[in-house]
Ligand binder design. Structure first.
Ligand code: ASP
Length: 321
């Protein structure tokens, strides 16, 4: 029988609803642990309550601790697959952080829930079971870190939470899921082009994320133009354009050698340097802005943080994106 290492980190999947007030809050004991016996005939389960956090409390330092624990398990050959339960609010960031930092051939699957364990129609146990099936699947190997929710298998690189409460919240805009769970069958129908894995020991970089809007000026750009700032990700308009009133402040950031990475604030599609007008993508690229193809703002921010956290940067930053 295969062995699955389960690392619980918290989130709604480990919370309960107060049936009188409707408030959802953490339990002293993870309720999933009481259901562990359900998988006795499926796998040897090693279960650790690694964190017990609502996922808005997740930080890059904690992601690094989680990554180190998983790396230790991989090196020691502790398991055939790893399942991580996580709050859904920042799940996509932790999953991508792990994807960028873990060299592995065994399946690593992240899951969560939109409804706490005692709500009617709770998706926690179901998603947990699906994640275990995927982690046991031969085909899930060498696919990077996967996110399994609501019968779908997504890549950590492109998946995002799209709805505040619907159980079908996790989607992969533009590219779609790479597999699905149909009853008890795990089926893959796409493979992602491989991405590099970066070896890091610390994550101490200060990277900001700004969303652009019509009529924006340089105030926020100037506010983050500090000696302590290591990078900025901009969620720009459309294909990758900025309002002209932001430009002088943006140029001051670039002049101070603060890397500026650009993605689109549009939900679908990719950022490209298409437009040649004041604030248009062509001119931004010429000014030194780096276009991150296909990533969302939070994902580009994680990538910039990981890439800059390496001991050395053998290539130009642009080549990493
Ligand atoms: N606020 C919760 C969290 O991210 C949401 C969830 O887990 O679904 O911890």
């Amino acid at each position: 029988m295969k062995t699955i290492l389960v690392l619980h980190t918290g989130g709604t999947i480990s919370m309960s609803e107060d049936q009188t007030t409707g408030k959802v809050s953490p339990n002293s004991e993870n309720p999933l642990n009481k259901r562990g016996h359900l998988f006795d005939n499926v796998a040897n389960m090693i279960v650790e309550d690694f964190f017990h956090l609502p996922s808005p409390h997740m930080t890059p330092d904690k992601m690094l601790l989680l990554k180190n624990r998983i790396q230790q398990a991989i090196v020691a050959n502790e398991a055939d697959g790893i399942v991580i339960t996580h709050g859904t609010d920042t799940l996509e960031e932790t999953a991508y952080f792990l994807d960028l930092t873990l060299k592995t051939t065994i399946p690593i699957v992240v899951t969560g829930a939109m409804r706490s364990i005692n709500e009617v129609g709770s998706d926690g146990l179901y998603n947990f079971q699906s994640a275990i099936w995927v982690a046991l699947s031969q085909e899930a190997k060498e696919k990077g870190v996967l996110v399994v929710m609501n019968d779908e298998i997504h890549t950590a690189r492109y998946v995002t939470k799209t709805h505040t409460s619907n159980v079908a919240t996790f989607q992969t805009p533009t590219f779609g899921p790479i597999g699905l769970i149909s009853k008890n069958k795990v089926l893959f129908f796409q493979k992602l082009i491989e991405e590099e894995v970066y070896s890091i020991e610390t994550v101490s970089k200060t990277i900001f994320l700004l969303k652009v809007y019509a009529g924006m000026d340089g105030t926020l750009f100037d506010a983050i133009n500090q000696p302590t700032t290591d990078g900025l990700v901009i969620e720009a308009l459309g294909a990758g354009n900025l309002p002209p009133a932001t430009l002088s402040a943006l140029n001051r950031l670039i002049a101070n050698h603060i890397p500026v990475v650009l993605v689109s604030r549009s939900f679908n599609g990719i950022a490209q340097d298409v437009y040649d007008y004041k604030g248009g993508g062509k001119q931004l690229k010429e000014a030194g802005v780096i276009f991150a193809t296909g990533l969302s703002g939070p994902k580009a921010r994680i990538k910039l943080q990981v890439v800059l956290s390496q001991d050395t940067l053998p290539r130009s930053l642009e080549e990493y994106f």
